[in-house]
Write a new protein. Structure first.
Length: 353
């Protein structure tokens, strides 16, 4: 392979993370720097306890993120892009207020019970959230969708595909102008739907769903640090996600869904869902793109497609990755405990300069 095909260094426009969990308090202090090191901006998930349901709460949370990062003098500038947590009772006026703030950039749909801290989520999207959806459509503010049904009769590996039929298609038929991000897609069904659908739609793809299939959860025993929701799927779905992410299609963009949980809460009788990838996100994505033979398309996916969809300017500074061994730490500090990064102990060929 020539040096052009096998570069020793890769410099791209500084990327953004369009799906990130930063938590709050000591957890926020511990993890925010990992994202700021790599990304210029990030869409911040609102599933705190209690959830971020008002513009005032979102702006206060933004201040806490900025305060946590202000304690560090070794980081480039980082802008948190805030979101609201949609509930059955979110008023249209709150959507308008959020949009007018200039600091809240999207509203997040969690079907009630779908994932971590989703118990306050929506129970009937079209039946109870009509006015909020109309306001979103008028404002041009994206609805970020955790695309899984929570019907206990549906197999956990099928919940995304069923969501497309039961929720996504009726939603977009009722509100054809609504900008929708199908977050952390995990299936061939999801990738093909976003690729082929009419209207304003995009999707984020995580590094874990590009690099691993569901066997990773069970290799050598149950490995809780590979457990996330939506759960890893079959190899055919992983391959479809790699094809979508590396296709150059602007509907697909980077969203880590990095979700920090204390080690003890992952290695637990009822372990938490979420993979921590903020520490080494760009190294993981570079690995996935290089394995697909499409490293030249990483910049579009990581740096261009997301801001273009959200109507924000592209970044002007750069990030450089070098081809040198990087062993993922076994654990990293997390307040008064620790957390385990995805693929801890494994070696990658890329390291951020």
């Amino acid at each position: 392979m020539s040096s052009a095909q096998n570069p020793t260094q890769l410099t791209i426009t500084r990327p953004d993370d369009w799906h990130l969990h930063l938590r709050d308090g000591a957890a926020l202090q511990a993890v925010a720097g990992d994202s700021a090191r790599q990304f210029a901006r990030a869409i911040i998930m609102p599933n705190l306890r209690p959830p971020v349901t008002t513009t005032g709460q979102a702006l206060a949370y933004r201040q806490r993120i900025e305060a946590a990062l202000a304690q560090r003098d070794d980081l480039p500038a980082f802008t948190p892009l805030m979101t609201l947590y949609l509930t059955d009772n979110t008023p249209a006026e709150e959507i308008v207020r959020a949009h007018e703030s200039g600091q809240v950039h999207a509203v997040k749909l969690y079907p009630a019970g779908a994932t971590t801290n989703s118990d306050a989520g929506v129970t009937d999207l079209l039946g109870k959230c009509g006015k909020a959806l109309q306001a979103l459509e008028r404002c041009g503010m994206p609805l970020l969708v955790h695309g899984e049904v929570t019907d206990p009769g549906i197999d956990v590996f099928d919940r995304e595909a069923v969501f497309i039929e039961r929720v996504m298609q009726p939603l977009r038929k009722a509100y054809p102008g609504l900008k929708v991000v199908f977050e952390h897609i995990t299936t061939k069904d999801g990738a093909e739907y976003v690729r082929d659908a009419d209207g304003p739609i995009g999707a984020t793809i995580t590094p874990q769903h590009m690099l691993y299939n569901r066997n990773a959860i069970f290799t050598g025993g149950v490995r809780p640090h590979w457990y996330c929701l939506p759960i890893l799927k079959r190899e055919v779905h992983r391959q479809a996600l790699v094809e979508a992410a590396t296709s150059g299609n602007p509907r697909f963009f980077l969203g880590t869904d990095s979700a920090p949980h204390a080690r003890g809460l992952k290695e637990h009788a009822c372990g938490c869902a979420g993979c921590y990838t903020a520490l080494h996100a760009m190294e993981l994505y570079a690995t996935a793109f290089e394995r697909a033979g499409r490293l030249d398309r990483l910049e579009g996916f990581a740096s261009f497609h997301g801001p273009d969809f959200y109507g924000l300017p592209r970044n002007t500074d750069t990030l450089t990755l070098r081809r040198e061994p990087f062993v993922i730490p076994e654990e990293v500090p997390f307040g008064d405990t620790s957390l385990v990064p995805l693929a801890a102990g494994e070696s990658l060929e890329w390291r951020m300069a």
